[in-house]
Ligand binder design. Structure first.
Ligand SMILES: [Zn+2]
Ligand SMILES: [Zn+2]
Length: 266
């Protein structure tokens, strides 16, 4: 080792440790849901430790007892499910190809999703993103994603509340997949009232022409995009975002969310 290498190492090694210490400070090795200690022993394809993580008890609570679900809408289905949708979604015109999710917006997964929206709870949003990746890793890999894009908010909402769970989740998923994170690529160009106050028909009308890809990079043409949100309710928002992405030349959109709202809770 040359003198220069020795000096560089003596400076960078403490910085590296400092970086790890800072990381442990931001993402302490405790469950962001219940604060029990968590052993960080999962690594991604590039050998990087996955953090933050939920503890085994919280993960088990949130994962569905059976992972048999409709690939198109993410709702649980019986053993005779077909690939072209289930009774809940077969009549719906989804532009996205399929939904990848942890489970239903119910019980502890619902509590976690609500809590993850809070500005102080971004470690929980990140842990939920890691849960999606750990639980649905094979499905995500199989889709050969090129780019990860969050469902955007109008700039006025962004200004009022900088923490956006969908953005944290998509950033973490992009990191896990080793793909670019297209923050700001898809934009919400129209201010709209909250979807939760509207009927299904009005939701669609409310979001008409609300999203756009501006400017439209040629590099998007023919790509597969992972569109990320925290929850999927009727699929209207994801559908309108998909419309804008396809209009910009994207070949295929896959939706990834933490939870899908069951029809009786919509
Ligand atoms: Zn826990
Ligand atoms: Zn379905």
């Amino acid at each position: 080792m040359s003198d220069l290498q020795r000096i560089t190492a003596s400076v960078t090694r403490p910085l590296h440790h400092l970086g790890r210490a800072a990381f442990r400070f931001v993402f302490p090795p405790s469950c962001p849901m219940c604060h029990r200690d968590v052993e960080l022993d999962e690594r991604d394809d590039r050998g990087r430790l996955i953090a933050p993580l939920l503890c085994d008890r919280c993960s088990t609570d949130m994962l569905p007892p059976s992972n048999r679900h409709c690939l198109r809408c993410g709702l649980p289905v019986g053993p005779l499910a077909l690939n072209d949708g289930c009774p809940h979604c077969r009549s719906l015109k989804f532009r996205f190809r399929r939904v990848i999710r942890v489970g239903l917006y119910d019980d502890s997964l619902r509590t976690a999703c609500i809590r993850a929206k809070s500005p102080t709870q971004f470690p929980l949003a990140a842990a939920l993103a890691n849960l999606v990746w750990l639980h649905e890793r094979d499905e995500l890999d199989a889709e050969q994603i090129d780019l990860v894009v969050p469902v955007p908010r109008h700039w006025t909402r962004q200004l009022a509340k900088p923490h956006h769970a969908a953005e944290t989740i998509s950033r973490v998923l992009a990191k896990r997949l080793g793909k670019p994170h297209g923050r700001g690529l898809l934009r919400k160009i129209k201010w709209t009232p909250d979807q939760s106050d509207l009927t299904a028909a009005n939701r669609k009308l409310n979001l008409k022409d609300a999203f756009a890809v501006r400017p439209r990079p040629r590099s998007l043409v023919g790509k597969t995009v992972l569109l990320v949100d925290d929850i999927l309710t009727t699929g209207t928002t994801a559908n309108e975002c998909t419309r804008a992405l396809l209009h910009a030349g994207v070949a295929k959109v896959i939706v990834a969310v933490i939870a899908v709202v069951p029809p009786n809770s919509r």
